[in-house]
Design a protein around this ligand. Structure first.
Ligand code: PXL
Length: 282
């Protein structure tokens, strides 16, 4: 493949439960992109539903990996950060982003979900994530993370007007913004995006079950799409379609939610890359 794109993916490696690197790497690979993992921590499972889990913190690994890549003059087309394991990793991520000024800077401000902060996250780490968001080219908060970034109470849902307002305020942090899985008061779940060309809404099905890792799946497909030249709303539509397909199939199969979503059998749809959801103005 000519001009194959490379992504440095700064996330944890959780062995079981389908989140972070275990979903990001296969998705980027299926999209024809070389994914280079920079693990922030290694865990046996994610932290959402398996009790107390051992975390091997890899804070010092990040600058060591960066130094090696610089030494080898390995360039990246995107640097994409997510779940971090310590406050010190904020500085390491900032350094990573700074080292590749031409790369697309994707910050998934992973902090929590459903109005709750993840158990391993501290207030200081959340403050650091908010700082990281401000150097990004694109941020992809869920509603919980958007409310932290904007210092708002967590709402159960937003009106369209409030969603437009939140997008505009998030645009003060980063030039492109995607809010994922947002319940709107009119009774739909929406993925919302905005950049200088305007704001758009992509509706998805309501499935009465939450699954871990779906934000990672979404942002991995989004990043792949952007690197392949999609406009923002097209990449969001592609990401929403893939995530929705995996969520629906998992719900029908009634597998334990903590196991994550069965995305593997749909990876081939990313190779052909023809699946999208409808895009609306908001
Ligand atoms: O998908 C977010 C995430 C990433 N990494 C770990 C997690 C979670 C969410 O629970 O526990 C380790």
């Amino acid at each position: 493949m000519q001009n194959q794109k490379k992504v440095a993916a700064i996330h944890d490696l959780s062995g079981f439960g389908r989140c972070s690197l275990t979903v990001i790497l296969p998705i980027l690979s299926a999209m024809g992109i070389q994914a280079c993992p920079v693990p922030t921590a290694v865990l046996p499972t994610h932290t959402g539903g398996f009790g107390k889990v051992e975390i091997k913190d890899l804070t010092d690994f990040i600058p060591a990996a960066l130094q090696k890549y610089k030494e080898l003059e390995i360039d990246f087309d995107a640097v994409y950060s997510g779940f971090l394991a310590s406050e010190k990793q904020i500085g390491h991520c900032l350094e990573f982003f700074k080292s590749y000024p031409a790369a697309l800077k994707v910050v998934d401000p992973v902090m929590g979900d459903h109005g709750r902060i993840y158990s391993t996250y501290t207030a200081e780490l959340c403050a650091g994530i908010c700082k990281l968001a401000q150097i990004a080219d694109i941020i992809t908060p869920n509603l919980t993370e958007a409310s932290i970034l904007l210092d708002e109470e967590f709402p159960q849902s937003l009106t369209r007007e409030a969603a437009r307002d939140w997008l505009q305020r998030l645009l003060k942090l980063a030039p492109a913004v995607v809010m994922t899985g947002v319940p709107l008061e009119e009774g739909i779940i929406a993925n919302l995006c905005a950049d200088k060309s305007g704001a758009k809404l992509i509706k998805c099905d309501y499935v009465p079950q939450n699954y871990p890792g779906t934000g990672d799946i979404f942002t991995a497909v989004l990043t792949g799409g952007l690197l392949k030249g999609d406009e923002l709303h097209v990449a969001v539509s592609r990401a929403a379609s893939f995530t929705q397909t995996a969520i629906r199939a998992t719900f029908e199969r009634k597998t334990p939610p903590r196991n994550g979503v069965v995305f593997e059998e749909f990876l081939h749809t990313l190779v052909s890359g023809q699946d999208f959801l409808e895009i609306e103005e908001i």
